[in-house]
Unconditional design. Structure first.
Ligand code: AGP
Length: 607
């Protein structure tokens, strides 16, 4: 989603902004732009497509100035053209925005009636025109921006600069995050701490509804009611070092190879190998006190949460509700006293997940979030956080964060089970042993990609693919299908294997590969029956299983990928890896933009 950077200092701003925009690239975007003040006048450069295009424009037409704002745009209102690229504005004000101004149509009509002339289709331009009109009516920049914020509905993070004011930048946050960085005689704003990390370690995260007046030597903060207040400056733990691909061709490939470490580091934080017991970091509540769990997440994180529900109900015997956050937030679900809300998110910035979190908090439900970005908005607003120690994930398609989420949720299920007396120490020890075997098994999968690469040549020809799974591996079928959609642009569906005969089996046809996730375990025979049903109808079934499972399905499966034998409890964590690796190789064969697939954003900060 859109990324924002702003700089007021003594050095040329455009170069600093461009560098920070690169650090926001992971969020996904389709155009970019920068505006600075040159001799008091607003000058901007914009380009469709990647930052390399903007860099080329800047090379040709450099942008001097020591104050400026920059933006990577993920189109919502208006096509991803240069004309719709941010910054937007007039000769008086220039604005960058992340979010959606929901009352833009109404504001536009009002502003046009007042004589303001629009030049783009974007919702953002209404903010610029509103501030501009306020300025024309004699307000100071601070008054003009403050009055405009009162008129805006929807979600926004904003940064703006003003002609003739080389030491002034105004920022605001409502529903989309904005951070303010404190340098030496320099100040910065940015969408997240990662963007600002090379510029400063001292960061203030705005509270929701806040706006800020930033000058070269500091910033003042106002809440939504316009009351000035103090905001804490924190030392960020984020590294300013550039995050590179190493020797890998894509970030996704690098991140796939980090699966063993991501799972291993996360387990190291959650399990005491000496006692073979789960040892979660300190939580501000007693896990034994809950009688229900409410799980919520979006996209791939929701699939991890689905596996989490399976584990929590089976291991801890604790009733668990689950919903995608975009539905949950508008369902107004009632809660029993004794409910623990559990949110799962890689970025910690996903708009729907954040709204779900806030809804739970309004309902007085304690919230525990499973997050990969420790300084995210969700981390700040949750009652407790369990970190997935996957490290920065740059590719839009989530991989190592997904297995780390599964790992945390498996450990949470064990901790809940023990707290409730649903499992004894012996069972817990056996289950932690199973978890501790995953990193080595994951490394084994990543050491031999050849069978998956061979399968990729076949899947790359397909127009549609069906993924089947059962029990805790049903979410892995969903994950496999999502990855094929996201990065390979192949229509793929994940089904609970037992549901096939209730409709989807009509889709079986030799041209539609059916991939079954079938590890040995209590549900293997059931999945095997569904595999036979598909094969009997001419389906070309590909099986992901272990040695024993592959032997049982020999003669039925048209192709088999043999994975290390593993305890069925942890199979979802291991089997997530080959489905992601498969999608990666298919995407490479198809020549798609693996790390930044079309239309997608890493951090979905709008609804
Ligand atoms: C996964 O590959 C996707 N990119 C996407 O579905 C993602 O999981 C979803 O947008 C949730 O993001 P979050 O984990 O940052 O909240």
């Amino acid at each position: 989603m859109c990324g924002i950077v702003g700089v007021i200092g003594t050095r040329p701003a455009a170069a600093l902004i461009l560098e920070s925009l690169h650090r926001l690239e992971y969020r996904g975007y389709d155009s970019a732009g920068i505006a600075t003040l040159v001799n008091g006048h607003i000058v901007r450069r914009r380009a469709e497509g990647k930052l390399a295009n903007l860099a080329a424009v800047l090379q040709h037409s450099p942008l001097p100035g020591t104050i400026g704002i920059g933006h990577t745009r993920w189109a919502t209102h208006g096509a991803p053209t240069e004309n719709n690229a941010h910054p937007h504005g007039t000769s008086r004000v220039s604005i960058v925005h992340n979010g959606i101004i929901e009352n833009h149509a109404e504001l536009r009509a009002e502003l046009e009636a007042a004589g303001q002339e629009f030049s783009t289709e974007t919702d953002t331009e209404t903010v610029a025109q509103l501030v501009d009109l306020n300025l024309q009516r004699g307000m100071t920049p601070v008054e003009a921006a403050g009055a405009a914020f009162k008129r805006l509905e929807g979600a926004y993070a904003l940064a703006m600069i003003f002609a003739g004011h080389p030491e002034l930048m105004i920022g605001a946050q409502r529903g989309a995050p904005l951070a303010v960085g404190f340098g030496e005689e320099e100040m910065f704003v940015g969408s997240d701490g990662l963007a600002l990390a090379p510029l400063t370690r001292r960061i203030t995260y705005l509270h929701d509804g806040d706006w800020t007046v930033v000058q070269r030597n500091g910033a003042i903060f106002f809440d939504a009611a316009g009351v000035e207040g103090q905001r804490e400056i924190k030392l960020t733990r984020l590294t300013g070092a550039a995050i590179g691909k190493g020797n890998f061709r894509h970030f996704m490939e690098k991140e796939l190879h980090e699966h063993p470490t991501a799972v291993g580091d996360t387990l190291h934080r959650m399990i005491n190998p000496a006692t073979r017991a789960v040892a979660l970091p300190h939580l501000p509540f007693d896990l034994a006190s809950f009688s229900r769990i409410s799980l919520t997440a979006c996209g791939g994180a929701y699939f991890a949460a689905l596996a989490g529900r399976h584990w929590i109900e089976e291991i801890a015997r604790l009733p668990t509700d689950i919903d995608v956050a975009s539905e949950f937030r508008y369902r107004n679900p009632p809660f029993d006293a004794g409910t623990l809300g559990v949110l799962v998110s890689q970025s910690g910035e996903t708009a729907d997940a954040l709204a779900a979190l806030r809804y739970m908090k309004e309902q007085k439900v304690p919230v525990l979030s499973v997050l990969n970005v420790p300084e995210s908005t969700m981390a700040r607003e949750s009652d407790a956080v369990l970190d997935t120690l996957a490290g920065p994930e740059i590719a839009v398609a989530s991989t190592k964060a997904f297995t780390a989420q599964l790992t945390v949720l498996a450990c949470l299920a064990l901790a809940l089970g023990r707290a409730r007396g649903a499992i004894d120490a012996k069972r817990e020890a056996a289950m932690t042993d199973a978890l501790l075997q995953v990193p080595a098994a994951a490394a084994q999968v990543m050491d031999d990609e050849a069978p998956i690469k061979r399968l990729a040549t076949r899947i790359a020809q397909a127009r549609d693919v069906l993924y089947l799974g059962r029990g805790s591996c049903f979410p892995i079928a969903l994950e496999g299908a999502l990855k094929l959609k996201e990065i390979c642009y192949i229509h793929a569906e994940g089904y609970a294997a037992g549901e096939m005969k209730h409709g989807p089996i009509a889709l079986i046809d030799p041209a539609v590969p059916v991939i079954a996730i079938a590890p040995s375990g209590p549900l293997f025979e059931k999945t095997a029956s569904n595999v036979q049903e598909a094969a009997a109808r001419g389906g070309q079934v590909i099986v992901f299983s272990d040695q024993a499972g592959a032997a049982k399905l020999a003669g039925i499966a048209s192709q088999t990928v043999v994975l290390p034998s593993i305890d069925p409890f942890v199979a979802p964590i291991l089997y997530a890896i080959p489905v992601e690796v498969l999608a990666y190789h298919v995407a490479v064969l198809k020549g798609t933009d693996v790390d930044q697939p079309r239309n997608l954003a890493k951090s979905v900060t709008v609804e």
